[in-house]
Design a protein around this ligand. Sequence first.
Ligand code: HEC
Ligand code: HEC
Length: 393
Amino acid sequence: MIRFFTLVCGLALLSGCEFDSNSTFTNTDDAQSLRSLLDLPDHMPLPAIPDYNPLTQEKITLGRFLFYDTKLSANQTQSCASCHEQGSAFADGLTAPLGSSGHQLVRNSQGLGNVVYHSTLTMEQQWFFELEEQLNVPIRADNPIELGVTDAVLPDVLTRFQQDPDYQTMFNLAFPDTSRDKSNITMNKIIFALASFVRTMISASSPYDKYLLGDKSALTQQQIRGFQLFNGEKFECFHCHSGVNFSSSYRDANTALDALQFPFFNNGLYNVGGDGSYPDEDQGLYDLTLNPTHKGLFRPQSLRNIALTGPYMHDGSIASLRGVIEHYARGGSVTLTGKNAGDGRVSPLKSGLIQGFDATEEEIDAVIAFLESLTDDKFISNPRFSNPFTEQR
Ligand code: HEC
Ligand code: HEC
């Protein structure tokens, strides 16, 4: 169904393409107020928001402060923004970041534009459907440590917020149900507010979006050619990179939960030892399921703002977009030496959609130019998402 959607869009590109923006919301006022809270343009579908955490401006405002506040790390050195910078579309430009305690993470930071449309969160988790579940990882996890708010330090961290009168006010406004304890600032409330803020990070003002909305001059001829190649049977990109975010992990308010696909693929990045393995430190979905056929399975990342979120792949191992396309043209990547040596092109676990292809330099340039048309300058400068501590508080 998702593939069908992209094909329709691809074919309809020259006449302008509209995303289906009907929603299952029976109450159109609710749908309209959600659209205005999200500042959602008409061509973007209504996203799915869990009933247990309805979006409100007060939660969004609180979440924005929390996102940028180093009080949310155990040793007060990092905030979410340490690894998710607005100028990099909320990735960080590093191969992989350090956690707050200096521990080297193995995975590349993801951009956060349009996270609200992913059906599964993170690159390998099959069971994180909502931000309320996933955000426990950066905040609470102890292996690897990101913000490091383990059970032992949780009371101290909560006290920091409880002692701040501005936060007292913001928490009371965001969670007005005072029937239990007015001064109670909990980790759940922190996570609900952060999830609300992250959901508002909509990126829908790129030249590609303007083109979809009818501005025929928004894309160059080369970019239109690149989009056609991206959606064609030679490059095959669209099979795995489809929908609003160009990712197989997609959901909106209309998506029936039982229609969700298994969004993971092995794209032939490694073939350690010839049995399709990935480097020990990160084998994707396999690390959770221990099913040997799940080695190297990752969720295709969103391609929104992709020119700003490099380096690429789960481990940041490919430096440039040209390098990415060369990877696909080869039909996989070859690691010549070291403990991860192997030929990804002949991996027994690689997706059948990664066969390699002959592409001219002109075609590769066109696909790169198309990918660059997904850069949304409004998103990376939008004051709604910027650091509130640098403004008058
Ligand atoms: C130390 C660096 C670091 C910090 C701090 C951090 N993140 Fe991340 N974040 C990452 C990395 C690396 C990933 C990629 C992991 C993955 O997706 O598998 C990621 C992934 C995510 C995702 C998943 C996106 C998607 O499309 O699935 C979300 C959402 C997210 N982070 C939000 C946050 C929020 C909110 C905070 C603060 C509470 C935060 N992060 C703190 C490094 C960090
Ligand atoms: C078989 C499915 C599949 C096909 C076909 C495919 N991709 Fe991917 N793509 C993936 C997966 C899975 C990842 C994530 C792999 C990883 O992180 O190790 C990915 C990652 C990427 C990334 C890096 C994203 C990031 O943020 O690091 C880019 C860029 C990309 N693909 C572009 C393309 C282009 C362009 C094509 C067509 C030439 C293409 N892909 C074809 C599955 C696919």
